[in-house]
Design a protein around this ligand. Sequence first.
Ligand code: SF4
Length: 266
Amino acid sequence: MLANPLTIFRHLEQSNCRECGEKTCLAFAAAVAIGQKPLAACPRLSATAKAALADVPSEAKSSEHGAEHVAKLKAELRHIDLTAAAERCGGEYLNGWLTLNLLGKSCATDQNGNLRTQLHLNPWMLSPFFTYIIRGAGLEPAGNWLSFRDLPGGMERYPHFRRRAEEAMRDVADRHPSLFADLARIFSAKRQQPHFGADLSVLLLPLPKLPLLLSYWQADEGIASELHLHLDESAGRNLDIDSIHEICAGMATMFGRLAARHGGFP
Ligand code: SF4
């Protein structure tokens, strides 16, 4: 699991005192999340916060682990028929390169896992990308939405999904009302008719046959805001639950990091 800057930020004093050398607590949280600063660099961290954050892994450590896993997937990729994989996965194969569309941007791999892409592929996206090509079932979306916890293994394997992904994204949406417009601009998110009584819903395509519906309820008269993620009912048969979790949690991390670094999206 990657550390989310907003998870860290929630436990900070939030006074922006600058004693850690960063201009804001949010910037400090982002630096900790990517392993640039130790938590101990904040002299105002309470004992409760230290205990709560003791087992939050840094992204640097997660990347090391992720790199090993990606190397194994690349070794497997050498034995895959890329022409057949392109057809199965909703991609294209041309001159030795299989190209998929990820979040509105093209990403191509050759038989050895070398990449050509318009997208900066974070570790959280690389592993699901190769797994989808190697083991993706290629089912077309059925058009029925399920929450992550209703996918096979979702609740059992990731009981903290709501806090890890949905609440983290909600925190970004609460602080940055431009989030949804920015998602459309940067990641080709499409506005949808609001689902489930939400104020707003957008559709993202992290992988060609893996639509992700993000719905947001604004805070209203003492009722807290909410954000929920839904996946097509075919998702759990198209891709393993670990990869789906990695995509959702990774996107939450990415939103939080962008918001922390830029005070909004670039
Ligand atoms: S020292 Fe701690 S409280 Fe002060 S700005 Fe840095 S993170 Fe925030």
